[in-house]
Design a protein around this ligand. Structure first.
Ligand code: SAM
Length: 362
């Protein structure tokens, strides 16, 4: 991730300048949680957004206010009482939304964006998530604004090609769960591998091979990707997707329990790998990290996905095995002198989560 400097730091969304040239009041983005809880009216930001909704302030607001105008419209469309899943948003005719939505350029772009974000199940259909109280709750849909921004970013920067789109299509057709990395995350992995000059990549958790395609495409012609998968159907779909992408000669899908395959790789002398991507069952993250350390070298990178889990990672009382797996992983990393690491939160079409980047130093 690029370092934030005064030159590239995003401007406050709603900062505008008055006639004096001094900055007017700055409105902070409303936290997604507050939006979910219906606290928008309690936020000063929404009070400032109101004039835009009413079509006022055109003369008084500078160009810096224009992004707010678009975002306020999106946010207005996702008021708590009317929040919809992506699927529902796709199905709902735009014209029936708030009047200002008719004018919003985003409304016209929506059909194009449909291509890159798979339809999400309604909260009732999604698998339940464990909570700290132990009571399963419906998994919340990602914030609609995050999805909209992800669609925009993917449209601009992550062109899709038939191999990638067909991999997602065939994975869905085979009823694989929709838990692959998002397109912009896949490309992020691809770029990391290229920046790192990785020749040997190890992935734990293949699913339908979507992230494997992104990673294998970063390899040189004599490179190698080994990706580990426990589910035979997932492995079969992944092999077909990698073959269609023309990557079979670079990518090997190994069937079996991750820890068993990792031990096998060590026994074969397959190490060292330059980059390891850990994205399988989260309770095993501590084991995967321990094995990754054995299978890498100083200078290798280890990336672990889904380490924030809607913020639950910061809850010390959580009994969710996935959260416990991440928390234990963090303890291992913190106590391990041979690595240095950071974690970054992410929001987008996959919700609120994050990844950890680990550099093996010794
Ligand atoms: C989040 S998905 C991987 C997504 C994939 N990396 C992508 O972005 O396209 C996790 C995968 O790990 C597999 N998995 C779960 N437990 C496993 C285990 N113990 N060993 C190996 N794979 C496992 C699941 O079957 C699933 O396919």
């Amino acid at each position: 991730m690029p370092a934030r400097t005064s030159s590239n730091r995003p401007k406050p969304l709603t900062t505008s300048r008055g006639k004096s040239g001094r900055p007017a009041k700055t409105n902070r983005p409303v936290p997604a949680q507050a939006i979910r809880q219906g606290k928008r009216s309690a936020q000063p930001a929404q009070k400032k957004a109101a004039p835009i909704k009413a079509g006022q302030g055109k003369a008084g607001q500078g160009r810096a206010a224009q992004p707010l105008k678009l975002i306020a419209k999106v946010r207005n469309k996702i008021a708590p009482a009317t929040r919809k899943t992506t699927k529902e948003v796709k199905q709902a005719p735009q014209a029936k939304k708030a009047p200002q939505a008719k004018k919003a350029p985003q409304a016209k772009k929506a059909p194009q964006a449909k291509k890159v974000v798979q339809a999400r199940k309604s909260p009732a259909q999604r698998p339940p998530i464990a909570t700290t109280s132990g009571t399963p709750q419906p998994r919340p849909a990602p914030d609609s604004l995050w999805v909209t921004v992800d669609q925009y970013l993917v449209d601009q920067l992550v062109p899709q090609d038939p191999a990638l789109t067909q991999a997602l299509h065939d994975s869905a057709a085979a009823k694989l769960p929709n838990i692959n990395v998002a397109p912009n995350q896949g490309k992020f992995l691809h770029l990391l591998a290229r920046i790192h000059g990785a020749k040997r990549i190890l992935e734990v958790g293949t699913l339908g091979g979507y992230s494997a395609i992104w990673l294998a495409r970063a390899l040189p012609t004599d490179g190698k990707l080994v990706t580990l998968e426990i589910d035979p159907k997932h492995a079969e779909v992944a092999r077909a997707n990698l073959a269609r992408a023309g990557l079979s000669h670079l990518a090997e899908v190994r069937l079996g329990r991750g820890v068993d395959s990792l031990a096998q790789l060590a026994a074969e002398g397959a190490a060292p790998f330059d980059l390891v991507f850990i994205d399988a069952d989260k309770p095993s993250n501590p084991d995967y990290f321990t094995w990754a350390l054995k299978l890498t070298r100083p200078g290798s990178a280890i990336i672990v996905d889904n380490v924030v889990r809607r913020g639950l990672v910061a809850d010390p009382t959580s009994s969710d095995p996935n959260v416990l797996g991440v928390r234990k992983l963090n303890e291992l990393i913190a106590a391990e002198p041979r690595v240095t690491a950071t974690s970054v939160q992410t929001v987008g079409s996959k919700g609120h989560d994050g990844f950890t980047l680990i550099l093996v130093t010794g």
